[in-house]
Design a protein. Structure first.
Length: 255
């Protein structure tokens, strides 16, 4: 079933508003010193605005998201949580397939397509990860990664309302994906909820012990995305690892 124009508009509103606003504001900072790729710094000319948005997102997490996640984890058996995580992960496979094709990575595009077909059928609508059991491993790709492989720079760091840390390139990819995604708004929101629930401890650990939580989160996001773009190739900088599907870690005998 195709998504209605109203659903598409609602789903992309937060991304479109934030991205448009930052693109309008950014020229005012054009004369700022620009970090180079060699020194590994993150360009953040919109830091004042980003810190304000981070504070807003923190309030939403504290009073809305964390209580709901707590209730969800307390009331839902681990086996059911695993099934929901599997289903949410499965819904991202078509995006991975398309992004991989745009990168010329036909191998990963084929793997993502196989994973989606297998898990959507014998995997009971994605609730079971039968593809991984068959040896077809997942490697998530998105339009932001695709643009990076074609030489598009990350651009300034931005913090999107409700969605969190990003940059101009990734935000543009997120907006394009939200417009093309055939899933209804409620399912897309559900994917974000499950992802936060799966990685809640990792997300909290980024700020713990740091003098400036905003900077710690900004740098962690930059390293995480760089690692994704390199497809996990080694880097000199430490990377915060996020589980795409916690059930996969339980099946890995090395962990």
């Amino acid at each position: 079933m195709f998504e209605s124009p109203k659903s598409i508009t609602l789903k992309s509103l937060a991304v479109a508003t934030a991205l448009s606003a930052t693109m309008l504001i950014a020229p005012a900072y054009a004369d700022e010193d620009k970090p180079t790729a060699e020194n590994g710094e993150v360009s953040d000319p919109l830091e004042a605005l980003n810190r304000w948005t981070t504070g807003l997102n923190d309030m939403v997490k504290l009073f809305v998201l964390q209580p709901v996640v707590g209730l969800y984890k307390g009331a839902t058996p681990e086996e059911v949580q695993g099934a929901i995580s599997n289903a949410a992960s499965n819904l991202s496979e078509p995006i991975t397939a398309g992004a991989s094709l745009l990168q010329g990575d036909t191998k990963n595009a084929g793997a993502a397509t196989k994973r989606f077909l297998i898990n959507s059928t014998i995997g009971l609508s994605g609730t079971q990860d039968k593809a991984t059991e068959m040896g077809i491993e997942a490697r998530q790709e998105d339009l932001g990664q695709t643009m990076a492989t074609h030489g598009v720079e990350a651009g300034p760091h931005i913090v999107l309302p409700l969605l969190g840390p990003s940059n101009f390139r990734d935000a543009a990819g997120t907006l394009a994906t939200s417009l093309a995604n055939p899933l209804p708004l409620a399912v897309g929101a559900g994917q974000g909820f499950v992802k936060y629930s799966d990685n809640e401890k990792e997300l909290k650990s980024i700020r713990e012990g740091s003098l400036d939580g905003y900077v710690a989160e900004r740098e962690a996001y930059s390293r995480y995305r760089a690692s994704q773009i390199r497809n996990g190739a080694p880097s000199a900088a430490p990377v915060i690892e996020f589980a795409e599907n916690p059930e996969d870690e339980k099946k890995d005998p090395t962990k």
